[in-house]
Design a protein around this ligand. Structure first.
Ligand SMILES: [Fe+2]
Length: 303
C-alpha cells in the first residue's frame, strides 16, 4: 500500500493539535496541586488504559483538566508490533476513551506486548523486516480507521538487535509513515537508551530522524544497570529527572525540528508536583531558545 490508499478521513485530519510547549504526564496524586495552582503547563498526557472504566473520580478529574488544558492520550496496550491480529476489544475500549475526550493527539508505540491471549507487562522491540512491516502497517490502518484520525507512533527503547532486521529503525519508521499517513512521536530518552545499549551514535540517530513528521517529543529519566559482561545497560524506567545527556540530545533534536509539544514522562517513583513542574519549565526554556539550524542530512519536504 502507498499513501494514495490511506483513507481520506485519515489524511484529512491533523495528527496533533498540541501546542509547541511543555506538558506533563498527569497523575491523580497531583490533582489537588494542579487545582490549587493552575500551573502554566502546555498540556497533560494520560494513558488510555487508566480511563477505561465507565466513571468515578478518574473521569471527573480528567474532565476538569480537559476543560482547562489540551490533552494528549497515550496508549500502551495495542501491541502494534505484534504478529497476531489486534485485540479488537481493547481497540474498542481505546476508541471509547478517545471519543469521550477528543484529545489533541493520540499516540502508541512501535512495540509489542501481547502473545495470543497473554499480556506481557512490557513494551518489547520487534525485528525490522518486510514481514513485521506488513503487520505494523495493517495494524496502523485498522487503528486509524477505527479512531478516524492519524495517530503518532513512538520509537521504542531497545535492549537487543535482531539478526532478522533488514531495515534500520529510522527506515522502518519512514516506511510506516509513508504507507499509513501516521506521524511520529520522538522519544529522545528512548533514542539515548537504545544508542547506549546497542553502541550506536545517538547524535546520528537524531540527525537522521524524519523530523518533519515529529508532532510530539517525550523526555524521561532512565535507570542505570549493567549487563552480564559489565557493560552499561540503561532501562527506560520513567523514574527520575531527565538526565543531562538526554537534555543535550533534546537540544539537538529541536535544532532540526524547531519547537514542538514536549512531554515530561514520569510514571514510577512519582515525585512531588514542584519537581515535575520544574522539569517542564526546563523543557520550556529549551523550546524558547534562539538557535541556528543544525546542518544535517536534509529531511523530506512535506506539504
Ligand atoms: Fe515515551
Amino acid at each position: 500500500m502507498d499513501t494514495r490508499s490511506v483513507p481520506e478521513q485519515t489524511r484529512a485530519c491533523a495528527a496533533s493539535a498540541l501546542p509547541a510547549s511543555a506538558g506533563v504526564g498527569f497523575k491523580n496524586v497531583h490533582f489537588s496541586d494542579i487545582e490549587a495552582s493552575a500551573p502554566d503547563v502546555g498540556f497533560f498526557e494520560v494513558h488510555a488504559e487508566n480511563y477505561m472504566g465507565a466513571g468515578g473520580p478518574p473521569h471527573a478529574q480528567l474532565m476538569q483538566l480537559r476543560r482547562d488544558y489540551p490533552l494528549s492520550i497515550h496508549g500502551v496496550g495495542l501491541s502494534i508490533g505484534g504478529a497476531g491480529r489486534l485485540d479488537r476489544d481493547h481497540l474498542r475500549r481505546v476508541k471509547s476513551v478517545v471519543d469521550r475526550y477528543a484529545p489533541a493527539a493520540f499516540s502508541e508505540h512501535l512495540a509489542w506486548s501481547t502473545q495470543g491471549v497473554s499480556f506481557l507487562n512490557d513494551l518489547l522491540p520487534l525485528p525490522y523486516n518486510a514481514a513485521t512491516l506488513a503487520h505494523v502497517v495493517a495494524h496502523m490502518d485498522e487503528i486509524q480507521e477505527a479512531l478516524g484520525r492519524p495517530i503518532l507512533l513512538e520509537n521504542p527503547a531497545t535492549y537487543l538487535r535482531f539478526q532478522s532486521s533488514d531495515y534500520s529503525e529510522i527506515e522502518f519508521l519512514r516506511e510506516v509513515v509513508r504507507r499509513t499517513g501516521c506521524r511520529l512521536l520522538l522519544d529522545v530518552t528512548n533514542a539515548f537508551v537504545s544508542a547506549t545499549n546497542l553502541g550506536f551514535s545517538a547524535d546520528d540517530y537524531i540527525d537522521a530522524f524524519p523530523m518533519l513528521d515529529v508532532k510530539e517529543i517525550h523526555l524521561a529519566g532512565y535507570a542505570e544497570d549493567v549487563d552480564e559482561v559489565g557493560d552499561p545497560l540503561l532501562i527506560d524506567a520513567h523514574c527520575a529527572p531527565v538526565q543531562e545527556g538526554v537534555w543535550r540530545l533534546y537540544d539537538r533534536a529541536l535544532a532540526r525540528r524547531g519547537p514542538v509539544a514536549t512531554l515530561i514522562e514520569w510514571d514510577n517513583d512519582i515525585p512531588p508536583w514542584p519537581l515535575l513542574s520544574e522539569q517542564a519549565t526546563r523543557a520550556e526554556r529549551f523550546l524558547k531558545k534562539d538557535r541556528l539550524p543544525l546542518k544535517t542530512t536534509p529531511d523530506r519536504v512535506r506539504s
